[in-house]
Structures are given as C-alpha cells and as structure tokens.
Ligand binder design. Structure first.
Ligand SMILES: [Zn+2]
Length: 364
C-alpha cells in the first residue's frame, strides 16, 4: 500500500528500461529466467508487480496478489500459458501486506511447496482486524487521539473489513533473515531486510547479476506508506524507515531495481536520497506549522497530504502524519498533551501554558 508523491522531477531522475508494463496475465522477461508479472488490483493503486524466478524445471514466486478470484484467474493463466504447468517449488513473501501475501496459503496448498518469509512478517499475517462489526475501543481511541471524528472512524473500520483483505494463511514457513542466501536456478539471492513500511521486510539482492527485488521497500515515483496504526500507537516507524534507507545503500547503485509497484528502474541510490528528502521535508513542514501554535494530527495531516482519494487513503495519511509526529516526539523536538479525547502537539522548547495546564503532558 502506497501513497502518491508529488513532483514529476523526481520521477524523471530515474531510468526506466521498459516504457510499458506487461498486460495482466502476461509477463516481461527482465533478466534471464526472471519474469515480471503485473497483477491487477481493485484499489486506488491498481496493480502489484510479482516476479517469477526459474529454478531448473520449476519456478519460485515472489509475492502473490490479493486473495481475490480475479488474482486466482490471472495465476491460472500464467500457470498454463507462461510456465506451461511446470511446478512452483517455493513462494517468497517480501512482507505481510494483503497485496503481497493474500494468496500465500492458496499457492502453498496448490503446489505443496514451502513459503519463505521473515519471522516478523509471518507473525504479522495473523494480526487481523477484529471480526466484530463495530470498531473496538483501542481502534476508536487511537483515531480519536489523532483528532478524527467518530463518524470518520466508523468509515475507517468499515473499509478495513472489505473482502479483499481476507487471506488464506500458510500453516508453516521457512524463516528468512538479514544475510540469508537463497539459491534459485543459477543465481544466489541474498536477503536484505528493511523496516518502517512493515516490521521485517525482505528484499532480494543478486549481486552477480545486479538485480534487486525491492518489494515495497524501494518504489519509484510513489513513496511507501510509513504509518502508525492502532495496534502500536506510540510506534516510531519513520526512525526504522530512515535507518533502512541508509542500510540499503550497501546494495550497489548499478542494480536493476524490481519494485512491487510502478516499473523496474535504475537509480537506486538516487531514489534512496529522494525518499529521505521527502520525509525530511515533511518533518520540516510539521516543525514550521507548530512554530506558532499547537495542533492535532488531523489539523496537521492536510499540510503533508493535501489530496486524499478515499477513506483508506485518509486513514493511511493520518497514520503517516502521526509517524512524523512520533519521530519528532522521540527526538524531543515536539511534546504532546491530551485535551479531552485528543492529542495536541507543540514544539518542545516553546512555553505553552494551554498545553501544560490541560491533561497529561507526556514527552519522550
Ligand atoms: Zn506494503
């Protein structure tokens, strides 16, 4: 899940070897034995890129698509027309998000083959929105503290319960860690782990052939959502994300980046730099806005995300605004105070009697 990033200049600084993506159900060979499959999705972001890696007379799949009949029928076509009913011998999930892991269980069951993912991502699969038709108090309180209205919170909750977020779970997995090596066909792929978009996201790096399957950890044109959610209200995913951008610099700049959304590109280090700048600018926007007054998350959100397409987008934008606030809070740059149901934020060094005389004053 990702959000559009403004600015065409950034887009043009990267080099895209393929002008158009393959049609749904068709593939583009991006390297010998590496196929790029574009899977359609009925979301704001209308597709995900999946990859098939040849392994002898079989195939390894990287990411799966949403758990929908539409995705299953694309896969059926691929099995028949692209890999000619050769077996799938393993499935790698870069991370637990629904578009990447929705069909892990279905594919694993169908081919009786293992699923490879990190422990953090496997465990996250099992943290689902509640079965209840009404939002639980933790979910409601989390968004109230952000300054979101009760009616809007109910809309957020309804959106999370949509059918395409259902998954078929794999019952077992093989654990990937930072530095794990997978031998697939004639290639060795080393696991590089990132965090901030999801807990323990696996990227795959083939140093010999300069290929890098980046999942959602590095995307061109759009920036991955770095969001705080109700399950951990005080999380600081932006610190993890910025550290991961540094960590990914150990991957060679020359690689062909194979991302989960948009198109494959060259220019990894440039893109890492752009993504860092994007978040530093957002942090500065927040600090500037708080220069003269205290504000809620909901008041700050439009400054960072002036355009939101739908409720899901609004929920992500709220969580991402909070990610920037939690980062600044951990750094001691801002403080927060609860007034009624809602947090208000101000600059830490600023005397603010209204903040200090109302509710609990909490700092990092
Ligand atoms: Zn994701």
């Amino acid at each position: 899940m990702s959000r559009p990033e403004s600015g065409r200049v950034l887009y043009s600084e990267l080099e895209y070897p393929w002008g158009k993506p393959p049609l749904p159900g068709e593939v583009q060979e991006v390297a010998d034995g590496v196929l790029w499959l574009r899977m359609p999705m009925p979301l704001g972001l209308d597709h995900i890129n999946l990859y098939l890696l040849q392994h002898g007379n079989g195939w390894v799949i990287v990411d799966t698509g949403l758990a929908l009949d539409q995705s299953r029928s694309v896969w059926e076509r691929v099995f028949e027309e692209v890999i000619h009913n050769e077996p799938v011998v393993g499935i790698i999930a870069t991370h637990f998000h629904f578009d990447h892991s929705g069909l892990l269980g279905w594919l694993s069951e169908r081919f009786r083959c293992p699923v490879y993912m990190t422990q953090g991502e496997y465990q996250s699969l099992f943290i689902s929105p509640s079965e209840s038709s009404e939002a639980n108090w933790e979910f409601r309180q989390f968004y109230q503290l952000c300054g979101v209205s009760d009616a809007q919170i109910s809309e957020f909750y309804k959106g999370l319960k949509r059918g395409h977020y259902q998954r078929i779970y794999p019952r077992s997995y093989r654990r990937l860690k930072e530095g794990s090596v997978l031998e697939i066909g004639k290639r060795r792929w080393r696991v590089v782990v990132g965090s901030g978009h999801s807990p323990e996201h696996a990227c795959l790096y083939c140093e010999d052939d300069q290929l890098f399957i980046s999942g959602d950890q590095v995307l061109p044109r759009i920036s991955s959502s770095v969001s705080v959610v109700a399950i951990e209200p005080d999380a600081n995913p932006l610190a993890d994300w910025l550290a991961s951008l540094q960590h990914l610099r150990k991957v060679a700049d020359e690689v062909l980046v194979l991302p989960a959304h948009e198109r494959p590109f060259y220019g990894l280090h440039k893109r890492l730099e752009q993504l860092e700048r994007h978040h530093r600018l957002h942090l500065q926007t927040v600090v500037d806005a708080l220069g003269s007054k205290s504000m809620t998350i909901n008041e700050l959100r439009p400054l960072l995300f002036p355009k939101v397409k739908d409720n899901f987008d609004l929920m992500l934008a709220t969580g991402e605004t909070l990610a920037h606030l939690n980062f600044l809070w951990d750094e001691g740059v801002v403080h927060r105070a609860q007034q009624g149901n809602c947090y208000r934020y101000g600059l830490a060094q600023r005397e603010d009697s209204a903040l200090e005389s109302n509710g609990l004053l909490v700092s990092a």
